[in-house]
Each structure stands twice: as C-alpha cells, then as structure tokens.
Write a protein that binds this ligand. Structure first.
Ligand code: PLP
Length: 254
C-alpha cells in the first residue's frame, strides 16, 4: 500500500517548483502526494512575475477535507505567500506533531520576487517553533533569518546552530550558493554534520523544493534524520547532473 505525503506550497504553473514539483518527487519515490495550495504564482522556468495568496480559511478548508479522508505519513511546507498563511500553517503542523514535518523557508525566488515579506519572517519562525522536524534554509534565507552575512563554512555551522535554537528543530543549511564549493551543513540539535559535494554549473529551477520533499520521502521511508538529509543531499546532486532542458532554465527530470 502507498503511504500518503502532503505538501503545503505555492502553485508554479511551469511545474518546476512548488506543489507540482513536490507531487512529482513524492510520486518518484513511491508515495501518493496531496497538495494544499497557499498561493497561485505567475511564472515560467526562469522568472516569478507575481502571485495571488490564498486566504487562511481557504488553505485550512483544503487541509481539513484531506485530513478527514487520508492518513498522512508526513508533511512538507514551502512557499507561504502572505502573512495569512502563517496561522494556517501553524494549525496544520500543530495538528500533526507525531509526523515528520520538513519546512523549506521560502522567502524569495532566485529571480528576486519576495514570496514571503521580510517583516513576517520572525513571526513565521515563532509560529512553528518546537512543532517541526527540520528547517532547510539556503544561505540567503539563513542570512535573512539571522540578519547577518554568512560567508564561510564556519559561519554556516554557527548559523545552523542558532537557527536550530530559534525553531527548536534540526537545521539543514544548504551551501549551494557558496562561491567555491558546495557544503551542506546539518545540525541535528547535538552535532554538526558536513555533506560535501562538487559544485555544478546548472542552476536548476526548484532545487529547494526538490531537496525538502526528497528528505520528507526518506524520513517517511523510515530513515533516521541525518541519513535522510545526507541521502537527499547526494540524490539532488545526481539529478542536477542531468536536468531537463525544455524552457529557458533547466528543470528536474523525474
Ligand atoms: N515558486 C514557488 C511556488 C516556489 O515554492 C519557489 C521556491 O521554493 C519558487 C517559485 C522559486 O524557485 P526558484 O528560486 O528556483 O526560482
């Protein structure tokens, strides 16, 4: 029997990121995927042009009807879009504190569009504090959370520890944007783990979404958190080697 995973995320009509990509990832790893949308975006493979956030009631109505029908094995949260989604996501994660919950703190697209305004970041983190398994910021998101620049692997280790204290969860700080090498820094609440990789030239659309939903799949398969993060970090590297070239920017081939 297939297990069921839920993504709470924005809709990307290009299927390169957001809920559509998450569903493709869940399906790829043998899960049945459900999606609660937080916003409808206007975008193609290389740019987010804008979006319309959905109300907290609409987000929660989608969730409640699914929850009444399906037994969930885990939840991933991506783009929120607006302040309204914060309380809805808080309710959803509080309702599932026995499940693995992976949150990708999506604040800004690579093309520069804010997907959650900066002034709501601290409120969002407070609302999920102690209720989630893992937060997966990239360097820019970690800098926004802590209000400081992160330049070196040592900075990343400090930042992962501090973010973990803020959220009371584990933290996987993605180093994809460091200049010379790629090191993902994982802090499990006790210990730092470094996942080192070679830097790849391709900037594939939706890498954050791909990584967080892949980690959730591995957790739902029963892997311990450190193993799930390490395996996902290696898996994404493999996929980045052979992206789909259909639009102007490479896409994940699943
Ligand atoms: N659109 C949605 C719905 C997203 O969730 C994200 C990132 O998580 C993006 C767009 C931005 O993706 P990228 O930074 O790869 O352009």
């Amino acid at each position: 029997m297939k297990n069921v995973l839920l993504t709470v995320a924005g809709f990307d009509p290009s299927s390169g990121a957001g809920a559509t990509l998450d569903l493709r990832v869940f399906n790829h790893f043998g899960f049945y995927g459900l999606a609660v949308l937080t916003a409808i975006t206007i975008q193609n493979s290389f740019q987010v042009y804008g979006f319309k956030p959905l109300s907290a009631e609409l987000i929660l109505e989608q969730y409640r009807k699914l929850k009444a029908d399906f037994k969930l094995a885990g939840i991933k949260v991506g783009m929120l879009g607006s302040r309204k989604a914060i309380s809805a996501v808080e309710e959803i994660v509080s309702d599932n504190n026995n499940l693995p919950v992976v949150i990708d703190p999506v604040f800004r697209s690579s093309s520069g569009q804010w997907l959650l305004e900066k002034k709501y970041i601290q409120k969002y983190l407070q609302s999920i504090r102690g209720k989630i398994t893992l937060l997966t910021p990239n360097l820019n998101e970690a800098s926004l959370i802590l209000g400081e620049k992160i330049d070196t692997v040592e900075d990343m280790e400090q930042a992962a520890r501090r973010i973990s204290q803020l959220t009371r969860s584990a933290c996987l700080l993605k180093g994809g944007h460091l200049m010379d090498k790629v090191v993902d820094v994982f802090y499990d609440g006790h210990q730092i783990h470094l996942f080192k990789k070679k830097k790849l030239p391709a900037e594939v659309h939706g890498t954050g979404c791909f990584l967080s939903s892949t980690i959730l799949c591995f957790l739902a398969e029963g892997l311990p958190l450190t193993e799930a993060c390490k395996k996902a970090s290696m898996t994404i590297h493999r996929f980045l080697h052979s992206p789909l070239l259909l639009g102007h920017r490479p896409l994940f081939d699943l």
